[in-house]
Design a protein. Structure first.
Length: 323
């Protein structure tokens, strides 16, 4: 398989690293100090499933050096996706399958609109992983799951193949029969956990042990559940209960990437979460009072983060992600 990983952060670095270790032709698209370190030393992965080092890898910031691939994995932050799409075209031909592994509910829509390809599928992943240092990916929990599926129910050539390859690498790789339900089910969890933890600046255990904060999280999840149903996405009746049980099974110190980004002053995925929820709520007549408040209180920090990034003459790091 010839594969391009666009965004070699916690997600792309880990899942792409597994494919490269298995012997596949993988090109890692990265930039900055992370790219420089990979060119010099390769890619190091630390994981509870076993550490490994890829001493020689194909790493570049120029997709034209790679050319068309069989699989293009988009693993940047959601707010970087539109910009990234402008650089993806050299990686694509009529047979390239494009799989997004990032937060939000509309990554596939952005890819289709920007690239004009009909070989985009829906996808999501669940992993706790980050760039620990340039050239070093650190996966911090046992969780490593990918779910992908066709957007129009027509079989997509090649999708089963790459999922089977990841499964051979030990990933819990699932071919979804209804990818929209799966995307919204994850969105209900990560948008709510990410938003509440970011605003309160707390971890999972601190949210769960304070009744008032726990209820705010539950209310946020219920708003996403109602919004999904208004969009014609029928989530399971116990979707909120399952999401809370999932959180209760995490290590108490767990924090999502959005919380860490806010705490460090980096740009974060506000538009993908509360911004999108508030927009859809207003358009469909679904009240989202919890997210209205979250969005209003976090938006000044988002504006400041981009201003600071611009004043430093830099752009946000590509794909340092924990899902």
């Amino acid at each position: 398989m010839k594969i391009a990983i666009f965004g070699t952060g916690g997600v792309g670095g880990y899942f792409g690293g597994l494919l490269a270790r298995a012997g596949h032709d993988v090109a890692f698209i990265a930039r900055g100090q992370h790219l420089a370190a990979m060119r010099k030393h390769g890619l190091q992965v630390k994981s509870p499933h076993g550490d490994f080092q890829l001493k020689k890898i194909d790493a570049t910031d120029d997709p034209a050096e790679v050319g068309p691939v069989e699989y293009l994995i988009a693993a940047v932050k959601h707010y970087q996706l539109s910009e990234a799409c402008a650089h993806m075209q050299p990686l694509i031909d009529a047979q390239t399958l494009i799989l997004p592994l990032l937060n939000g509910i509309d990554a596939h829509e952005i890819l289709i609109s920007s690239l004009g390809s009909d070989l985009v599928v829906g996808g999501l992943c669940s992993i706790s992983s980050m760039v620990e240092a340039p050239g070093v990916i650190h996966q911090t929990s046992q969780l490593r799951r990918i779910v992908a599926g066709e957007l129009d129910q027509r079989p997509c050539p090649g999708l089963a193949g790459i999922l089977a390859t990841w499964k051979d690498c030990g990933v819990d790789a699932v071919h979804s029969s209804n990818i929209f339900v799966d995307i919204w089910t994850k969105f209900l969890f990560i948008a709510s956990f990410g938003s509440v933890s970011s605003l309160a600046q707390v971890n999972a255990g601190e949210i769960l042990r304070v009744p008032q904060t726990r209820m705010i999280l539950v209310n946020a999840m219920r708003e996403v559940d109602a919004l999904a149903h208004a969009q014609g996405i029928k989530l399971a009746p116990d979707a909120v209960d399952k999401a809370m049980k999932l959180l209760e099974g995490f290590e108490p110190s767990t924090t999502p990437s959005m919380q860490r980004d806010v705490a460090s002053g980096r740009p974060f995925e506000l538009e993908a979460f509360s911004g999108r929820i508030v927009q859809l709520g207003r358009a469909s007549g679904v009240p989202t009072p919890t997210y209205d408040l979250i969005d209003g209180l976090l938006r000044p920090a988002l504006l400041r983060s981009f201003e600071n990034a611009g004043s430093e003459g830099s752009t946000p790091h590509m794909g340092d992600t924990c899902l």
